[in-house]
Every structure is written in C-alpha cells, then in structure tokens.
Design a protein around this ligand. Structure first.
Ligand code: ATP
Ligand code: MG
Length: 256
C-alpha cells in the first residue's frame, strides 16, 4: 500500500513543487512506483512533469468533485517515469464547490483508496495556502514534508502550519505527522544559510532531513523543458541531492 506524503508550506515560492516533482523522479529512479498529485491550480507540478495543463480533458478537479476516478484521469510523465494526477486553473473553483459537498475534507483521501495498491509513494504538491485544497491533502496523507529556505524569515509562519497539522491530526486524520523539514535552495557560501540551518537542527532535531538541497540553476531551468531536474541533468548537484533525498525517504518509510 502506498505511503502518502504532502509537500506543504503556505509560504509561496519556497520550493514545494520543485521538491514534489524531483522527489517523484528521484524515487522513480530508485524503482519506486510513484503517483504525483498536483493539488495546486497553478498546475506547476503538472507542467514540470511534462504534461500540458492546457489540453487536459479531465484533472484532479473532476476527481475531487466525484465526476471522474483517478484511473481515468492520471497520466504518465514520460520524462520522469512516474504517474501524475494533473491540475489546471479549473481547480480553483473546487475550493468553493466542495463547500457544498459531504465529507469535503476527505474527498482526496477517498479517491486515493482505489489506487493505493498501484504505488509505493503518492506525493501531493500543495498550493501556497492553508485552504480547503491543502486540508484535503493533509487529510489524505500519512505525513508532511515541509520545504524551507534557510533564510531569516524561514520560521515565520511555520507555527501556523504546525498548528494546522496538529488540528488535522486531532480532529480529522490521526495518521498525520510531520515527517520532516527539508532545507532547500541552500547556499553554503552564505553564513546566514549555515546559521539558520544549524538553528533548525537544534530546535527540530531528527525532524530535519539529513539531505540538504543546494541552490542549483539546473533545477530552475528544468521545468521550461517539461522535465524534472533529476532527469534534465542527472549529474547536477541539485539532481544528486533529490536522488539522495529519495533514498532517505525510502529508508524512512521502512519505519512507518
Ligand atoms: P508556489 O508557492 O508558488 O507553489 P513553490 O513553493 O512550489 O511555489 P517552486 O515553484 O518549487 O516553489 O520554486 C520557486 C522558484 O524557485 C522556482 O522558480 C524554482 O525553479 C526555484 N527553485 C526551487 N528550488 C530551487 C533550487 N534548489 N535551486 C534553484 N532554484 C530553485
Ligand atoms: Mg508550487
């Protein structure tokens, strides 16, 4: 049965999508069966996996509203060798439309049941908000991966996310836990990066992943080719780091 992880942080532009796409590709290289669910109306994970969000006949939107099932909506990322549950702008409407529905926080969780045996990992790329969409992600997941930049304001807002996760754990999904904080866009030449990184280790201990993702331009270039950085330039430092992170996650699920 698949282990399900949300990549979440309500801050924008912190590296959620880059992490979700490259972890998916990294895990695929380690022969894991992966479904990447795009839960963001921006559709960046969809595009980054090489799937055109503009020509979708159905998307995660129909799945959430119960109009389609995952089997008929999922696509395969040819560039990443994993499956994708794609999204586009239509998903923004789901936020409002789901309010009317029964069990509205658990639509995604329920939808995953029928494909759980097809995968080792299901990764969910969350939007930059603590919204009904993110809540669906958190209710569906066994754990949360929180990407963070090692900068002065990194911790700001983290307590809101942690409190939301605690509330979901208490009321909606007793399975949910924070798997770890992932340091991303790390610049070893910056003293501040080093300092914040050390602070994170001090405060959060083993909740900080061992793998550190460096700032690497190849990771930023890859989406414009519709490819994960891991396949776009496998030798780059960024790709290597995400493959190492994949290996760390494979180890981590053995103890779950
Ligand atoms: P949003 O909140 O809008 O969904 P996000 O948290 O998903 O954003 P990304 O889209 O992954 O963040 O990253 C933001 C920007 O930073 C992108 O341009 C991406 O290419 C770039 N980026 C992410 N990680 C790295 C990295 N390790 N090195 C260099 N650039 C990176
Ligand atoms: Mg994103």
């Amino acid at each position: 049965m698949a282990k399900i992880f949300c990549v979440a942080n309500q801050k924008g532009g912190v590296g959620k999508t880059t992490t979700a796409v490259n972890l998916a590709a990294g895990l695929a290289q380690l022969n894991q069966r992966v479904l990447l669910a795009d839960l963001d109306p921006q559709g960046n994970a969809t595009m980054g996996a090489g799937i055109n969000k503009g020509t979708l006949t159905a998307s995660i939107y129909e799945v959430l509203l119960g109009m389609s099932d995952i089997q008929s909506v999922r696509k395969t990322s040819e560039t990443g060798r994993f499956d994708v549950l794609p999204a586009n702008r239509e998903l923004a409407g789901a936020e409002v439309e789901m309010v009317e529905l029964e069990n509205r926080e658990k639509r995604l969780k329920d939808a995953f049941i029928s494909v759980a045996d097809d995968y080792d990992f299901i990764l969910i790329d969350c939007p930059p908000a603590l919204s009904m969409l993110t809540l669906n992600g958190l209710c569906a997941a066994n754990g949360v991966i929180i990407p963070m930049q090692c900068e002065y304001y990194a911790l700001e807002g983290l307590s809101d996310l942690v409190n939301t996760i605690k509330k979901v754990h208490a009321n909606l999904n007793p399975d949910l836990k924070i798997i770890g904080l992932l340091r991303v866009m790390f610049d070893p030449r910056m003293t501040l990066s080093q300092q914040v990184s050390e602070e994170l280790e001090k405060h959060f201990g083993d909740k900080v992943f061992k793998t550190v993702i460096p700032r690497n331009v190849r990771l930023a270039e890859a989406p414009s080719y519709g490819m994960p950085g891991v396949t776009f330039d496998a030798a780059s430092k960024g790709a290597q780091a995400y493959i190492a992170f994949g290996a760390e996650m494979v180890e981590r699920i053995k103890t779950m």
